[in-house]
Structures are given as C-alpha cells and as structure tokens.
Design a protein around this ligand. Sequence first.
Ligand code: SAJ
Length: 426
Amino acid sequence: MNQNTVCIVGLGYVGFPLACLCAKKGFKVSGFDLDAEKVDLINKGKSPIKDSYVEENLAAGKIKATTDAKTSLNLADIAIVCVPTPAIDSKPDLSFVKAACKELAPFVSKGELVIIESTIYPGTVEEIVLPILEKGSGLKAGKDFFLGHCPERIDPGNKKFTIEKIPRVLACLSAKGNAKAKKFYNSLIDAEITVLASVKSAEAVKVVENTFRDINIAYVNELAKSFDKMGIDLSEVIKGASTKPFGFMPFYPGPGVGGHCIAQDPYYLIERARQSGFKHSFLALAREINNSMPSYVVLLVEGLLQKAKIDLKNAKISVLGLSYKPEIDDVRESPALKIASLLKPKVAKLTLFDPFVLEKSNVSSLDLALKDCDCIVLATNHRVFLEKLLPSFLKSKSVKAVLDARNALDKQGIEREGILYKGIGR
Ligand code: SAJ
C-alpha cells in the first residue's frame, strides 16, 4: 500500500497534518493548494499552520507541494480532498469542494481511490462530487475508480489525540472501494477504522457529532442566562452534576462557539434536512443561543461597569484572548472578536491582547494590556492567563472589574481584593 502516491488536495488545518502523516508512513506525497505562499513554505520544509504536533512531524522535504494541478493530481493513486466547507450566512458553501473536484477530475485514473475528508452533508458525494468526477474523467465511480467519504476528525492543539490516534469512520460506493480505503487508513491510523453501510451514513456522522456538541453548549449557555437571574453559580452546579458517574456529560458556558467545526457544521445538517422537507427548529435554536453569547457578554460588561460607577463611554477595557479556544492561534468564528467589535464603538479605549494572535492584538504584552485598564474581559482561557491573572496581580494593576467569560479565574480571591467580578452564570 505504501508504494502508492497520495495527493492531498487542500493543505490547511486538515490536509497538511494528513500529508505529514502519509509522508511519515512512507507514502510518496504530493500536495495541491491554490495558495502559492503556503506551497512555498511547505516546500521549504516549514508548516503553514501553527501546530506543535505538525511542526514535530513535518517530514521535512518529503511533501512535494504545488499550485499546479497537473504535476500533483496526475500522479495520485489516492487523492484526498481536504478543502474548507464553511457556512456563509448560515448556509453551507460547497464551492471549494466543487472546485477541487473539477481540478481533480481530468486526472482521475483507473483504480484510483478518491476520498472526501471535508465536512459535507449527506448526499454530497453521490449528488455533487460523483457527477463532476465522472464527467471530467469519463470513468465510472465505484467501478473504474473508487469514491467515498472519511470525515476529518482533527482536533487542533490536542496533544493527546493527534491525527494518527483518532478513530475514523468511512464508506465508499463499492465494497472494493471500502476495502481499499480501509487498508489505506489502517496503514496511517493507530486506531479503529469503522466502515459504515452507506456513504450517506458516513457523511451524517460528522455533522451529527459536532451538532451534538453545539446543542449541549447551547444548553449550558442558556442555563447561564437563567442562573444569572436566579443568582445560582452554574459552575458549582456543573461541578456537582459531574459527580454523577453515568448519564451526565459536562459542558461549560462561555462567550459563544467559535471554530470552523462546531459553529458551522450544524448548518450543513439543518440545510440538508430542509431540502428534504424537515425543519430542525431545535438545532437552529441552539445556533441562535450560541450566537447570542457575545452580546450577552457585552451586556454583563455594561452591568459590571455600572456597579463600578464607570461610564461605558469613558471606560478602558482590555479583551484578553482572541482565538476561539485555548492554546491555539485560530480566530475563525471567534466569539472574542465579536465581543471586541461590539464593545469598540461603546467605550473610550479598547485593548486587545492574545499571545497566540499577536497580529490582531494592539499591544504586545499582558502588562501593557492591563496598563490603565478599568475592566478586563477574559475571552479565551489560555493557560498563561490563568497563571498570571491572580487576584494580587490584578490588584497591583488597579483593575476595577473582571468579566470572566470562561469562568476560569479565582472569583472569591478577586472579590477579596475589592475588585468586581462577574462570570457567565457565575
Ligand atoms: N465551547 C464551549 N463550551 C464547551 C465546549 C466548547 O463554549 O463546553 C466552545 C469553545 O470555547 C470553542 C467552541 O465551543 O469556541 C468549539 O470548541 P470545541 O472544543 O468543540 O473545539 P473545536 O471547534 O476545535 O472542535 C473540535 C472538533 N473536531 C472536529 O470537528 C474534527 C470537535 O468534534 C471535537 O469534539 C473538539 O475539537 C474537541 O473535543 O476538542
């Protein structure tokens, strides 16, 4: 199997770690991407994404990246499509998948295995991908070449579940395709590879597992709003409920849901179901609740400043953390950026600082971020913030109020220093 040439179409957060893993496992690897800068970096043995696992497993020089379809796609025995599938105004956008398949189609050869890893909705492979590949290649899917879906499950920044340790599910149009795909992923992944009965089931798995997360986060976010009214500390309640060894799974309220997975994948399921005549009102409501959290945070900031007798229009606020989750630099759909844009027109001075996202920060250090600041908004619970933002340190910086949008700081200690504190449901 490892004598095969693998071509990864799309060398981003999903495709590049996959290309590194294929090279590490001995495959000949070519990568195709439209971004010449990214291609140039990779050919210099550098990573186009900040990810410690990837940087340690770069397989420097073993990935031939190019922006020219012919030189990469032409040689592939196995082609894996890992292009973005965003949601634009809550609607799925499959334009990148279609474009990638149009590039790939003329180079699909007999016996080739084509796998879509991008998150797609059920029916995409058979109704959208298959016609493009058959038309462009003149070959029959499932007979002349093999076609299927293996949803990506990469978790950026997760050092425990690195790409080769994450179980995968897949399904191809034919039994032969299933066998070839299972053999390929078994040669890469040190975890269970499950073959499902249909491509549509495999397409549904990813949107279901990520929608599961979205509705549960919406659940605790709504609880946070209600417990703020009732004066109950939700973090205490979740801690208590988590002592139940079965039937409960903790999720945590926050400033909203960011990232390119959980914030977007539900729209793929909602839209496909709508096309099929079913309205997912519950899933849509969960999206609304999570999307309402940045404004809720701003409302809490206004209440906090009122308590501190600070006029909003004269307030100096520092938003700490810009990425959508800790220890990464990814700001896609980040609630912190939404909070910043809502606060900006309302306050006298808005400082932004994230050590992982210096290019969007307007100061270069935490000290500078806290200089002459009335109120901090902790939007991303990076470890370095939890270590530094101790009550005594905040006191020393004459911070008057703390809006802890991650319920991550020492509430009692901060209040003991005479600093106002508000969490989310806390
Ligand atoms: N979030 C909360 N409360 C929670 C959990 C998450 O507010 O209890 C927020 C996070 O702060 C973030 C967003 O939701 O803004 C998404 O968080 P996430 O932990 O789901 O992280 P992602 O978006 O990187 O999700 C990925 C997903 N992986 C894939 O889609 C392949 C997801 O399926 C994983 O479950 C998740 O990583 C993970 O477990 O870390």
